[in-house]
Design a protein around this ligand. Sequence first.
Ligand SMILES: Cc1cc2nc3c(=O)[nH]c(=O)nc-3n(C[C@H](O)[C@H](O)[C@H](O)COP(=O)(O)O)c2cc1C
Length: 254
Amino acid sequence: MIVYFSGTGNSRYAASCLADQLQDTVQDAALWIRQDQPAALHSEKPWIFVSPTYAWQLPRVFVRFLQRSQFTGSSEVYFFMTCGAEIGASAGAVRALCAEKGWTCKGVVPVPMPDNYIIMFPAPQPEEAQEQIRQARERLCQLAKKVQAGQYFPDPPISVMDRIKSGIVNQMFYRFYLRSKSFYTTAACIGCGHCADICPLHNIRIRDHHPHWDNHCTHCMACISECPVRAIEYGKKTKGKARYRCITYAPKHQ
Ligand SMILES: Cc1cc2nc3c(=O)[nH]c(=O)nc-3n(C[C@H](O)[C@H](O)[C@H](O)COP(=O)(O)O)c2cc1C
């Protein structure tokens, strides 16, 4: 079974592509995360967990979901981490999580895809994003064959800089940078509630026809990227920037 967490669709796309190649089923972890509930899932095939990379680690919200949930059947697991560029030294923490869960970690695999973090970077141009997705799809097809063959994936080489990014920089990101209070809506907001419906953390409430962000946001970028009237901004950091969300995976002729 393939279980994913996704803000803007890259990891959903990667999970669907792997499921298609491996004839496996897909589950969206947000179904449980939104309700703050653990999952109880069973799979005879190796587990494949797919998620974005946040500050060179797995998103903490996804780690918490994995820690609390029960996964019976196979004890073999693969982690596919979609990323804008690199996953740093995250394999170390993933392997520690596997040890805690009694899992055999068969690989922690980076899957470069368009960078969705528009609070920090500009969104890629549509043609560039399309090309990155095409390359990711090709890579995922090759990786799926290795999973099918039961292969192990060696961890990528890790530099001192990787350790710093996945260590102290990750901690500072969560401590000082991850805030929801800078989100606001402009006059363009029509109060449709779409942002609240799609927030994978159930962190947005609609009051007086406008969204209000609670304080357990993880900056997944779903609300700001999916707003149908582009009415959501994050301080001054997203002004004038294009939004990004991944296309839906289509099994054939794409
Ligand atoms: C909060 C946040 C932190 C991110 N940190 C990293 C990072 O450390 N390294 C990286 O290569 N990409 C980083 N990204 C980019 C995403 O990992 C990447 O675009 C991912 O594919 C998005 O997946 P999704 O569409 O399934 O949410 C970050 C994105 C967000 C929103």
